[in-house]
Design a binder for this molecule. Sequence first.
Ligand code: 8YV
Length: 313
Amino acid sequence: MSKPEILLAGPYPQWDMVDLEDRYVVHKLYEATDREAFVKEVGGNIRAIATRGELGASAELMRSLPKLEVVSVYGVGTDAVNLAHARDHGIRVTNTPDVLTDDVADIALGLLLATARHMPQADVFVRSGQWGKTVMPLVTRVTGKRLGVIGMGRIGQAIASRAAAFNCDIRYFSRNPQPQVSYQHEPDLIALASWAEFLVVIVPGGDATKNIINGTVLEALGPEGILINVSRGSTVDEDALITALQNRTIKAAGLDVFYNEPKIDPRFVELDNVVLQPHHGSGTVETRKAMGQLVRDNLAAHFAGQSLPTPVL
Ligand code: 8YV
């Protein structure tokens, strides 16, 4: 029997490629210089897209693949997949929940510590030989502070339990209170930002959360406040954030995600009160192996006519 043909939207690690290329004819969209022509040429027989969280699958791409049956996302976020189009056309969608929860929560706390404690600046201080010649400025404590979590899904809960170990006082904003958590629900985002010393954003991306962190929220967070974003760049109004950082109307930000990744707004790199990460929250060997396995398990189950391990649609 001939191998099913799949479209790979972005590169996967070598350990996934070995298995994918063994089972499928893999067409690498990201290697094409003219993507439209490439899709026209190979699209007719493609039955699956293997994509990544930030790349997703647009309606236009799905429309150009008449035999498309399934989109498998290497990531938990499906905001870049046009789910309405997939639903209307009976295209299944899968993602990789749970396996990345701890790593993303770890990076949220890591970014908070790095930002508050000036760890990148301290590293430069030592490497550049300033230690002993000048004095490292004093920084901001994390333990025991008021921490607002925006979004209390699986990753939000993992962030909160880590912050609880730092004796932080935790409240959260989400559309609906989560009955299984004991932290105080705050239905008013501005009230949460006014109360908090640190705000951590971990809501799903997409239209419903676009720019929820706007100038008013940042003003409420105030000049001693630190913002951490490990969700999607789209959740933060970047113009407002950059202005707030430039004018020090908030203290600092730790960012793993940006509006226009990987070509981020160049003003970010000019700022000394941000810590920047290349969307690497889930970027450990252990988690990426588990994510790749789940993508491959979903595809294998689909082509074997079995139920999907982690379906979104
Ligand atoms: C990944 C992500 O970095 O889970 C998500 O939604 O954005 C991240 O875990 C990404 O999918 C890998 O490309």
